[in-house]
Design a protein around this ligand. Sequence first.
Ligand SMILES: [Zn+2]
Ligand SMILES: [Zn+2]
Length: 204
Amino acid sequence: MLPSHYACTSCGERFEFAHREAVYYFNFDSAPIGSQVRGADLFAVPVRPGWCKSCATVCLVEDIAPVRAFADAYGTVRAGRAVEYPSATEFLDLQQAQDEIATYLRWRLGRRHPPRALCCGRTNYQLLDVAQPLIKHAECDFGVVEPRLLFPGPHNGPGPGVYSPANIRVYDSEGCLIGLLTWRPRNSETWDVALTEYPQTNEE
Ligand SMILES: [Zn+2]
Ligand SMILES: [Zn+2]
């Protein structure tokens, strides 16, 4: 679970995640994402918290385990048990769980690019969920950037995208930003998609 935010131990400056949720649209057939996408074609991006040195902010980093972990997860769901990685299958029926983990395994086998920071797509980051993740706050003599855990309240209402655009980021198989999920009509499983991409930069 991601911390709610990070804060400097000295000056108290807060560092927020620009977004906390990300999904893949696996373009196995190289078809570009359209103006609409079915929820069933979207897969949660497994993420870890990171510090992006390019953007100087906390960010989501793709959490991509070795192929072996995906193969093991597939074996586990085939045996009728639930897994938490690469996605939680606890609330899926057996067939759904197998299909879902098989899709992640297929993606993992074809994935080429190392895990990206999902703010800018670069790899210039430091993971924060490790034993000594302390990030020195550049403006402070003594401050380090630490996680702050807050538990989110219960989620009510019809879910994101009904009353206001959800703006959930969508990435392709290689972790490139391709769109935003904006609107989802109530009781619909289809999202409207606004095409977008990472900001253009001169680096890399
Ligand atoms: Zn500070
Ligand atoms: Zn970045």
